[in-house]
Design a protein around this ligand. Structure first.
Ligand SMILES: Cc1cc2nc3c(=O)[nH]c(=O)nc-3n(C[C@H](O)[C@H](O)[C@H](O)COP(=O)(O)OP(=O)(O)OC[C@H]3O[C@@H](n4cnc5c(N)ncnc54)[C@H](O)[C@@H]3O)c2cc1C
Length: 400
């Protein structure tokens, strides 16, 4: 019966979530590579607009299955948090900044070399459930081909076609981003030292997010990835669309960059929130198709770890035949990434609220707070003692 399907698992999307799912199915769960197919509508290497900051957590998950990142990267040696004229700096490693075109192509190529059937340039167009009691799907591709698989991993990102075709509802409003790359300028004092800048000053313009300057290796040279993230929470007075661009224009102007002279496109991100759905019968949602960090708008490392968890549950379903993935959803929520994502959804509504001003000031002024934030960013669990000290520090800052 198993061979009524060409594939055990069809993975829709060959970004970090899809590649990680494939690599973990093969390298950790022992699924035969030829029983796994990755469909991606783009031909790789493909362009992926992104700042490319990968937290150490994602690198560690890849390294545990023998995948090393060899593409050019800039090490994130620490952070500067900016608020008006004040800057708080902490030097402590966080991960690397990659170019997504290269990083994603390397991961997908590793899966291909492992024997996974990678069909890039062939997107999902329609999906039908197999008849009868057994789980299974027929996927119709953009090349007019049919792919039959027992289970599906939807790893097709913020615009997930799989979600739309299966009618999975959106749990929350999407975030807005703009990204661009430029040469280094005199104002980029942290970039040469490998520091990433998070500028919270844009909250004064009514935005719920930050402006960033990250070091990035582009064309063999250290350059700067810049951009803006607006979490687009439910505040009715918060700006959206064009006005996010206006705020970006002002942030760039402060750095001597004329927005009219750079090429820009808006992008959106799907947040991971407590109401997020991780599965429907026979299908797991992985990476941004499920949801990403609402405070930072980041999701590469999270996608990589979700791929690890998804692979374990897909392998379990292949063994048991059970198409229900409640346990997957539970494990994602209790994994390092899931806890991080849920904390982040909670935090976004507080840190970016007008009442979050003391927390933002605390982050800029307190070395301890930034060091804890970096450890949290790397996926480390903060001890109760650290949380207590942070709580006391924050309380003290209310009266400062
Ligand atoms: C401007 C911007 C800056 C960002 N900066 C950062 C950052 O610095 N750090 C960070 O961690 N995160 C960042 N993010 C978020 C990050 O890009 C995503 O969280 C990450 O790409 C999620 O990985 P994924 O594999 O789930 O999805 P994706 O990387 O989006 O991959 C999805 C894949 O699915 C394919 N696909 C789509 N539709 C179909 C279809 N119908 N059939 C087949 N394939 C399909 C796409 O071609 C794509 O290759 C940023 C996002 C944006 C927009």
């Amino acid at each position: 019966m198993r061979d009524a399907f060409e594939y055990d698992v069809a993975i829709v999307g060959g970004g970090p979530a899809g590649s990680s799912t494939a690599l973990h199915l093969v390298r950790r769960e022992g699924i035969r590579p030829a029983r796994v197919v990755v469909l991606d509508k783009a031909r790789f290497p493909r362009d992926k607009p992104c700042a490319g900051a990968v937290s150490q957590l994602g690198l560690d998950v890849l390294s545990a299955v023998g995948v090393a990142v060899t593409v050019p990267s800039a090490v994130m040696k620490g952070v500067r948090v900016l608020l008006g004229d004040v800057a708080g700096e902490t030097v402590e490693p966080m991960g690397v900044v990659v170019r997504r075109t290269e990083f994603d192509a390397e991961l997908l190529e590793t899966a291909r070399r492992d024997g996974v059937h990678v069909r890039d340039g062939e997107g999902l167009r329609a999906i039908r459930r197999a008849d009868g009691r057994r789980a299974g799907f027929t996927l119709e591709t953009s090349l007019g081909q049919e792919v039959r698989a027992r289970f599906v991993a939807a790893a097709d990102g913020a615009g997930s076609t799989t979600r739309k075709l299966l009618g999975v509802r959106e749990p929350d409003r999407k975030g807005h981003l703009y990204v661009l790359d430029t040469e280094r300028r005199g104002t980029d004092v942290g970039i040469d030292r490998g520091l990433v800048d998070f500028d919270l000053s844009i909250l004064a313009d009514g935005l719920e997010g930050y402006y960033w300057d990250f070091p990035t290796m582009l064309d063999g040279r250290l350059q700067v990835s810049r951009g803006i993230y607006h979490a687009n929470l439910t505040r009715p007075d918060a700006p959206s669309g064009e006005s996010v661009k206006d705020v970006l224009a002002r942030a760039l102007a402060r750095r001597g960059i004329d927005i009219a002279k750079v090429r820009l496109r808006p992008f959106s991100t799907r947040p991971f929130v407590p109401r997020s759905t991780g599965w429907v019968k026979g299908v797991v949602l992985v990476g941004e198709a499920y949801g990403i960090d609402q405070t930072t708008g980041e999701g590469i490392a999270q996608a990589i770890e979700m791929g690890r968890v998804a692979a374990a549950h897909l392998a379990g379903a292949l063994a048991s035949g059970n198409p229900r993935f409640e346990a997957y959803e539970r494990e994602v929520r209790t994994s390092t990434t899931g806890r991080h994502l849920l904390q982040s959804a909670w935090m976004a509504r507080r840190v970016y609220a007008p009442l979050g001003q003391p927390a933002r000031r605390f982050l800029v002024r307190s070395e301890r707070a930034r060091a804890a934030a970096i450890r949290w960013y790397r996926g480390e669990r903060l001890s109760t003692a650290t949380q207590l000290r942070l709580g006391l520090g924050l309380a003290a800052s209310l009266f400062a």
